[in-house]
Ligand binder design. Sequence first.
Ligand SMILES: [Zn+2]
Ligand SMILES: [Zn+2]
Length: 165
Amino acid sequence: MVATVEGGEPLSAADEAMEPDGRVRQVEAACAARGLNLTPARRRALEILVAAGRPLGAYDVLAALQRDGVAQQPPAAYRALDFLTAHGFAHKLRTRNAYVACEHPGAAHEAAFVLCRRCGRVVETALAPERATLARLVAGSGFTVEQVVVEAQGLCPDCRTAGTA
Ligand SMILES: [Zn+2]
Ligand SMILES: [Zn+2]
């Protein structure tokens, strides 16, 4: 459930006042509950994405992992990112070829994003209605919708204000 709070930041109820550490702890709990192995490289990759607060390319994540001595080779970074995205702890932005930490990890979901074209800020929102709509629209074609990627581009409130000045 996504609610819009003051300032235009969509947050789920569970996310309110959540600190970066809280998100990592949420993923730890989800991994424990689902029997997933949150290796040091996977955990560090998540921490890097959460701390960045913006989309990062795989090589940015690799550089940070190398700096920390957690992983040395690109495949290690990709494997860590694959794990995070496969389990809904992070998402890949197709239009940017970059990764962001999920804003409400732990719940199985598909994500939709609004990206600011000026500062690169990203806001995640829930997608369920669009998927249902698309599935209905293509019903006659015989296709089954397995995945929907929604990445809307625009201006965040800060950049919109700056643009009018
Ligand atoms: Zn998400
Ligand atoms: Zn912006």
